[in-house]
Design a protein around this ligand. Structure first.
Ligand code: 6GU
Length: 224
C-alpha cells in the first residue's frame, strides 16, 4: 500500500513512521509513506499557500491552487482509491474504517491547517472526510499520523502472530482483556491463576469474560 500525505508542516510527520511496527512495514515494502510539502506546489511569491477568508473572520485558509496543483500532479503518477481530507467535521474514525482502508492500494491524505482548506477543493477533489475525534487539533498532521498507524498495522504481513490484530480492542466490538507478564508475584500481587494453568480453553474463556466485563463497565455503547 502507498499512503501519500500533503502537508504544510512536513516536519510534523518525519518521526511517527520511523519506529516500531510502521518502520517494519516500510522496511518490508508492505507500506510506502510519502510526505509531500504543499509549498513545493505553489506559484505564489514566498511560497505562500494560504490567505485570508473571504467575508472576514479569524484564521487563514489554504488556497485552492497549490492544493489542486499538488493533487493533480500526484494523480498523474498514482491512481488513488480515496482522497481523504482530515478535518474535525469529517466522519469519526474507528476500527471498522481502519479495516476497510487497510484493503486499499493507494491513499492520498490531505492535512488542513489554520482554518482549513477552500471549500471548492473539498467539493471537487475529496472523496472522504475523516475526523479522529470531537476535539480540535491545530492541523490535520497528527490525525494523518493516527490514520496511517491504524491502517498500516492492519496491512496483511505487517503484524506477526505475537502482535496479531485479532485480539485488539474494538476488533470484535469488545475491549481487550487485561494482560500480565513476569514476575508471577510482584509486591504480593499475583497474576490470575488461570493464566498459569496451561489450559488454553480456560484461558480463552477467562479472557472473553474479562473483555465483556470491561466493555460493560467502560464502553456499554459498544455492546448495543
Ligand atoms: Cl482530522 N483535524 C483537525 N484539525 N482537528 C481534528 C481532527 C482533524 N480530528 C479531530 N480533531
Amino acid at each position: 500500500m502507498k499512503i501519500d500525505i500533503i502537508t504544510v508542516v512536513p516536519e510534523l510527520l518525519s518521526s511517527p513512521f520511523s519506529h516500531s511496527i510502521l518502520k517494519r512495514a516500510t522496511e518490508k515494502n508492505l507500506l510506502s509513506i510519502n510526505i509531500i510539502n504543499l509549498r513545493d506546489y505553489t506559484t505564489y511569491a514566498r511560497a505562500q499557500v494560504d490567505d485570508y477568508p473571504f467575508g472576514g473572520g479569524a484564521g487563514m485558509v489554504l488556497m485552492p491552487e497549490p492544493l489542486v496543483n499538488a493533487i493533480e500532479s500526484l494523480k498523474k503518477l498514482t491512481e488513488y482509491d480515496e482522497v481523504i481530507y482530515l478535518t474535525p467535521d469529517g466522519k469519526s474514525f474507528n476500527q471498522q474504517m481502519a479495516n476497510r482502508l487497510s484493503l486499499k492500494n493507494n491513499l492520498l491524505l490531505i492535512c488542513g491547517h489554520y482554518k482549513g482548506i477552500d471549500q471548492r477543493v473539498r467539493d471537487h477533489f475529496i472523496t472522504t472526510e475523516i475526523s479522529i475525534g470531537d476535539y480540535v487539533l491545530s492541523g490535520g498532521e497528527l490525525a494523518a499520523a493516527v490514520l496511517t498507524d491504524a491502517i498500516g498495522r492492519l496491512i496483511p504481513g505487517v503484524l506477526n502472530d505475537e502482535s496479531s490484530a485479532l485480539s485488539d480492542s474494538f476488533q470484535d466490538q469488545l475491549l481487550a482483556p487485561p494482560v500480565y507478564t513476569r514476575p508471577e508475584v510482584f509486591r504480593a500481587w499475583s497474576v490470575p491463576p488461570v493464566l498459569m494453568s496451561g489450559n488454553h480453553q480456560l484461558i480463552e474463556e477467562w479472557r472473553y469474560e474479562e473483555s465483556v466485563k470491561r466493555t460493560k463497565e467502560r464502553r456499554p455503547d459498544l455492546l448495543q
